[in-house]
Design a protein around this ligand. Structure first.
Ligand code: SF4
Length: 98
């Protein structure tokens, strides 16, 4: 999939960052595919994060291979919103950085 590069809501990098809800994310990588600045990667959910989830959320993540989205390049986010729209689990929200 070709990544989109223009959006009227964009802001300078570092103002807004994406936050992934680990209880909802199933690691399907839609965010990885659409983000124009490569904020996301799919990783194995950290043990500490996994332990803090409800039993239902743990089961969902286990059935999806213990994967979740992480944001190693969050500082590059330009607030285009493509990841929020693309996530099938509605697991991503944008918040002001800092
Ligand atoms: S809003 Fe989402 S898709 Fe857009 S730049 Fe930020 S992390 Fe990437």
């Amino acid at each position: 999939m070709e990544k989109q590069t223009k959006d009227r809501h964009r802001q300078a990098a570092g103002v807004i960052r994406p936050v992934v809800d680990p209880a909802r994310c199933e690691g399907k990588a839609a965010c990885v595919a659409v983000c124009p600045v490569d904020v996301f990667e799919i990783v194995r959910i950290p043990d500490e994060t996994y332990r803090g989830l409800s039993r239902l959320a743990k089961f969902r993540i286990w059935t999806h291979g213990m994967k979740t989205a992480s944001t190693p390049n969050a500082a590059a986010c330009e607030a285009c919103g493509l990841c929020v729209s693309a996530c099938p689990e509605r697991a991503i929200r944008l918040q002001r950085a800092g």
